[in-house]
Design a protein around this ligand. Sequence first.
Ligand code: HEC
Length: 199
Amino acid sequence: MGEVDRKADAGVTGDAPEGVAGEAPRVAAGATAETAASEPTAPSPPRKRSWKRIVVWTLVGLVVVFGLIQLIPYGREASNPPVANEPDWDSPQTRALAKRACFDCHSNETTRWWATKIAPFSWLATADVNGARKVLNFSDWRGTVDFDELQESISDGGMPPLQYTIAHPNAKLSEAERQELIDGLTRSLSAMPAASPAP
Ligand code: HEC
């Protein structure tokens, strides 16, 4: 407001330095008016647009990647080799407990939950099953098992693994069922000719 007044005064006086005196405030007034008008509007819309664009393209990228990884054959099929040799189960209950809590990974009777047919979950499931069968396979029993390890894995809750019981709450064992499975497995497995050499 003060600049406009001063400019008006300079025009009225009509002196030689009037132009200089009148010019400077006009420029200043114009500059402030311009910046005041442009600053909040001009730079912000592109910023908003590119932010939205990043989100949209990230989502598109994720969908494309998700689609492409489905083409990778690894883990697509749950391969169940024929059951070769089961332990001599001491009772049907022991087998039922093991089937419920362990067979999806430690046997050749794996049943796949629908989500584990979709990459990348199918990869995790396949890696789990392959790793699990290698250390302990109730369908291909070779009489080699570390009892201490077996008991420990059940009693400390490490087996069945947490990520599995989240998706299969039915596989969760109660305290009593853990003990029942340990006892049953110990009876079943020790009844077989031990192939593991004494330490
Ligand atoms: C979700 C799949 C899954 C289930 C279900 C599962 N296991 Fe495992 N188990 C594994 C994997 C994978 C390994 C191999 C870990 C490694 O390579 O170190 C393993 C390893 C083991 C081992 C070897 C020692 C160890 O802890 O690494 C024992 C013993 C074992 N499991 C027992 C059991 C028993 C008993 C049950 C049922 C009560 C069971 N598991 C259920 C996946 C599973």
